[in-house]
Design a protein around this ligand. Structure first.
Ligand code: GLY
Length: 392
């Protein structure tokens, strides 16, 4: 296994995930798509040679990276583009059904290929379409956002949302390849890149302290889309995730560590109707709250303060500003109800993912609901006071 220091700055990397149905090859580097045909990418060429390939994408990533992706697929018999909405709007059963119907109408067979090109939502939807079409066809992910590169495209989680529940219908279906081209990040809005870094911080805090230090030290360069530092950060984040996923492919237990910040984060997104706040930013707020609970369980206050400083430097939009923009006031009881509906909840109740020590997380079921409620009220009050310029 490679550690953060082994990811030489700027070089492309090849990582692998073995799973019961084969292996996912994950390539990370700048300019991967443009170097079509060379080196490891030759395997991608043979994978799609002579096949019908369905390219599931949305308007923005297609505009920026579509031409390079099609060039990479030039050995296919034909490439059929299926455009889906940008963002979470793509993740519906209706949208999945229309992708399946298009694939059937266009002559899709069991050995056809599907390629996703886009952010996490396009990848989740496209992966789900691949998982179910004719009971499962091979697919490749080309993630074009930081969030999708470090998290969503890797590990086989695919799915769509139901009203009131994110990712509530889905399947584990591992991509044959993941191509994380750092060059694609250059066209991302700055706010999108910043939000994606919360998923990096999530993994670094609980799994890889070298990565945490690298993010702290190079935050300005990361935000400036410096490929020399983004490449090792993306590669190390994926490796941290792979180490967890390999040990627990279907989230029986340890994989839940990857949900740090997501318990409250998903509930905030749901209460805001998936508007006004990016997923990564919601996770940033969720990590802030989780740190309050972790402090109650004895987390080293210096480590908690270190993570809070990094979250503050990344600066997710203030909850109060989003409340005003959307005219929605977050309420502790409603958030607790939303957390109970989340797919991470078990029949026995909520499960929290909390930092236990620097570089180590714990999975905590059965926290006293009264404690969670009072901490949540205090958290919301504190966030509003901070947004008003008061002391947090
Ligand atoms: N995004 C969390 C996971 O893949 O398990």
């Amino acid at each position: 296994m490679e550690g953060t220091q082994d990811f030489v700055r700027g070089a492309p990397h090849r990582l692998t995930l073995e799973h019961p149905r084969g292996v996912s090859d994950i390539l990370v580097g700048p300019g991967l798509l443009a170097s079509a045909g060379g080196g490891a990418l030759a395997e991608v060429g043979s994978w799609c040679r002579g096949r019908v390939v369905f390219l599931v994408t949305s308007e923005v990533p297609d505009r920026h990276c579509g031409a390079a992706a099609r060039k990479l697929l030039e050995l296919a018999a034909r490439v059929e583009t299926i455009e889906v909405p940008d963002g979470e709007a793509a993740k519906t059963v209706v949208c999945a059904a229309s992708v399946w119907q298009r694939m059937l109408d266009l002559g899709g067979k069991r050995d056809s290929r599907l390629v996703t090109l886009g952010g996490g939502a396009v990848g989740d939807l496209g992966g789900f379409a691949a998982a179910c079409f004719l009971r499962g066809i091979d697919y490749m992910q080309i993630p074009t956002t930081l969030l999708a590169q470090v998290d969503a495209s890797v590990g086989g989680k695919t799915g769509v949302d139901l009203a009131g529940g994110k990712n509530t219908v889905g399947a584990f279906h591992h991509p044959r390849f993941v191509l994380a081209d750092i060059g694609c990040l250059g066209s991302l809005p700055a706010a999108e890149l910043r939000a994606g870094l919360f998923e990096v911080v999530k993994m670094a805090a609980l799994l890889d302290l070298d990565l945490l230090a690298l993010v702290e030290e190079s935050l300005d360069r990361l935000l400036a889309v410096d490929a020399e530092v983004l490449t090792p950060v993306v590669a190390a984040s994926i490796q941290a995730k792979l180490d967890v996923v390999e040990a627990d492919l279907e989230e029986g237990d340890r994989r839940r560590l990857l949900n740090f910040g997501h318990t409250l984060g998903h509930a905030i997104e749901s209460e805001f109707g998936y508007r006004g706040l990016r997923h990564g930013d919601a996770v940033g707020h969720g990590m802030r709250f989780a740190l309050r609970l972790a402090r109650r369980r004895g987390l080293d206050p210096e480590f908690a303060a270190r993570l809070l400083r990094l979250i503050d430097r990344l600066g997710p939009p203030a909850l109060e500003d989003v409340e005003q923009e959307l005219d929605v006031r977050l309420d502790a009881d409603r958030l607790i109800e939303a957390m109970g509906r989340d797919k991470k909840a078990r029949e026995s109740g909520l499960v929290w993912i909390l930092p236990a020590a620097p570089g180590r997380g714990e999975i905590v079921p059965g926290l006293d609901p009264a404690l969670v409620r009072s901490e949540l009220e205090a958290f919301l009050d504190t966030s509003r006071a901070a947004a008003d310029g008061g002391s947090p």
